[in-house]
Ligand binder design. Structure first.
Ligand code: FAD
Length: 544
């Protein structure tokens, strides 16, 4: 698979100008982390910052309108839309890995759920030898970015760049899901990011007045006019330039050809969980064997690059329903969407503000666990295979995700050609415990989905598996896939397999850092956008 052609404003004139200019810091990738870094680092007017993004500007209405996720998720326009290696745990199927390829990165195509994970996730990072990353250390950083529409409290901040709000117009079915979960024994939780994560509730979302508040909207666009910040779109970074163990810039490629951008202080890779390890490997930084297979000269041996990939494996229970208050592929929904467009434009409310995954739950599948091990996402639509398979009519779905999978995969190269997609092997369900947890989670989810409050919205389950766990396991192998939270491929830590240290600097090199979801030592128990923004806040603070 090759990288799709970049839509961009590349001109030879700009290339020449850029390639002669030296910046202090070059940031690669304008995603969740890259936009935060660009904002914070360029706040000092004497700090010359260049942000380089392979994708285009984020002008598509499918990005701005929350319900537009149905258009961006299955398609390639602003999405790298990677395929994984065939997964033995999934019966040899290839998984799908959407990632944003646009300003805002994956925060421009994600489901907008605002979730930080469990406090023990961060305490565990610190216990692994990453001083300064415990929950009490990172809580102020979460609060710093946040503009919580309910107001500030001990857990939440207000006045930050990232708007966090309640859903403008949640569906009746989502409320019914919460009721059903409560009847099944879960506590009602109005704030998963507050004192306790357990229970069921409506999700809060990164939306401002009913519009997507991506990292680009929150952190980048308000500072685009800063004279010391240069933002380049449509430029694919192909390599980090190294001289005597020090990163001196990056090489970029676009329709106008190749160019080099110098960095006198630092190159920061924020190219995401697949892009950052791929760039390190292309630059000769990584395990010797992985590099020599592709004829790449070893510039710095670092065995952990691309290892430790973790992802939330997920099975979606899908129900076909007759409830016409839901969104579906029907004439009625099309008519409602037209009216909904005007409501959205004028008031920021209505059906187009849905992120579809409106409600959810965190639950423990067995006694003795000290934190939830399953997350549910209740979706107000009939979503099959990441919306790549369309079904006429209405429906709801309940995604069941394993929060702390033991399986670890890897990211590698398919070829030394930077335009080739990376090799992605999440090794789903390679650890038997993950399958056991998923099975237990699916049983609990079905209990909730079969509850009385959901009866008017639910209909019948579309993919039934017959009695017994063997049949359910067969369905998991046939249908399970990611819930879009891969992380950990450039792990932070103090040991030899770590790629970056606690300050997120690449071990053993000068002037090179990785700041994005790839540095997570372990995958957090929740969605990964807010944690990635927090990681960038911390990196920026240490570089101020
Ligand atoms: C469909 C989907 C739904 C999700 N839903 C949620 C959710 O509801 N809530 C939540 O918290 N999380 C969600 N996530 C996950 C979350 O959005 C990501 O974990 C987070 O955005 C990752 O941020 P990042 O900075 O690591 O990478 P990204 O945001 O992916 O940014 C990486 C950027 O680098 C660019 N890039 C890569 N390679 C190069 C290169 N060689 N040269 C130049 N640029 C390059 C990319 O184009 C991209 O813009 C979802 C993700 C997806 C894909």
């Amino acid at each position: 698979m090759t990288v799709p052609p970049a839509a961009c404003s590349w001109t030879d004139t700009l290339d020449c100008k850029v390639s002669r200019v030296q910046f202090d810091t070059v940031i690669v990738g304008a995603g969740s982390a890259g936009c935060v870094l660009a904002n914070r680092l360029s706040a000092d007017p004497s700090h010359r910052v260049c942000l380089v993004e392979a994708g285009p500007e984020d002008r598509s209405p499918l990005i701005r309108v929350p319900a537009g996720i149905l258009g961006t998720l299955p398609r390639r326009q602003v999405n790298w839309a990677y395929a994984t290696e065939p997964q033995p745990g999934l019966g040899g199927r290839q998984g799908y890995q959407p990632r944003g390829r646009v300003l805002g990165g994956s925060s421009s195509i994600n489901a907008m759920i605002y979730m930080r994970g469990h406090r023990t996730d961060y305490d565990q990072w610190a216990a692994f030898g990453n001083a300064g990353w415990a929950y009490e250390d990172v809580l102020p950083l979460f609060r710093r970015s946040e503009d919580q529409q309910r107001g500030a409290d001990d857990f939440h901040g207000s006045g930050g760049e990232l708007t966090v709000s309640d859903l403008a117009s949640p569906a009746a079915a989502s409320q019914a899901f919460v009721e059903s979960a409560v009847r099944a024994g879960l506590v009602r939780n109005p704030d998963f990011n507050g004192a306790s994560q357990d229970g069921a509730g409506l999700y809060q979302v990164t939306q401002r007045r009913g519009r997507r508040c991506s990292a680009a909207v929150a952190f980048l666009h308000p500072v685009r006019e800063r004279r010391n910040l240069t933002v380049l779109t449509g430029r694919h970074v192909t390599r980090v330039a190294l001289e005597r163990g020090c990163a001196t810039g990056v090489e970029i490629f676009g329709p106008g050809g190749t160019a080099r951008i110098g960095a006198t202080r630092e190159v920061i890779l924020a190219a995401g969980v697949f892009g950052s390890p791929q760039l390190l490997l292309l630059s000769g930084i990584g395990p010797r064997a992985k590099l020599s297979t592709h004829g790449i000269e070893v510039r710095h041996e670092l065995p952990g690059v691309g290892e430790n990939l973790a992802d939330h494996i997920d099975l979606a229970l899908v129900y076909r329903s007759e409830d016409a208050s839901l969104m579906g592929i029907t004439v009625r929904t099309a008519v409602r969407a037209i009216a909904g467009y005007f409501e959205w434009r004028n008031r920021g409310t209505g059906i187009l503000t849905t992120n579809f995954a409106e409600a959810g739950a965190f639950l423990r599948t067995r006694e003795g666990l000290d934190r939830p091990d399953i997350q549910l996402h209740f979706v107000t639509g009939l979503v099959d295979d990441h919306a790549r398979k369309l079904h006429y009519g209405y429906g709801v779905s309940c995604h069941v995700a394993v929060l702390r999978p033991k399986s670890r995969g890897r990211v590698g190269l398919r070829s030394a050609d930077p335009r080739a997609a990376p090799r992605i092997d999440p090794a789903y369900l390679s650890e038997p415990d993950d399958l056991r947890t998923l099975l237990a989670g699916v049983h609990r989810a079905r209990e909730i989905m079969e509850g009385v409050p959901l009866a008017p919205h639910r209909g019948r389950e579309l993919f039934t598996d017959g009695p017994g766990d063997e049949a359910l396991i067969a369905q998991i192998r046939r249908r399970a896939d990611t819930i879009y939270h891969p992380a950990g491929s450039c792990r932070m830590g103090p040991d030899a397999m770590a790629v970056v240290d606690g300050a997120l600097r690449v071990r053993g090199l000068e002037g090179l850092s990785v700041v994005d979801a790839s540095v997570m030592p372990t995958l957090v128990g929740g969605n990964t956008n807010a944690p990635t923004i927090m990681i960038a806040e911390k990196a920026a603070l240490e570089r101020a």
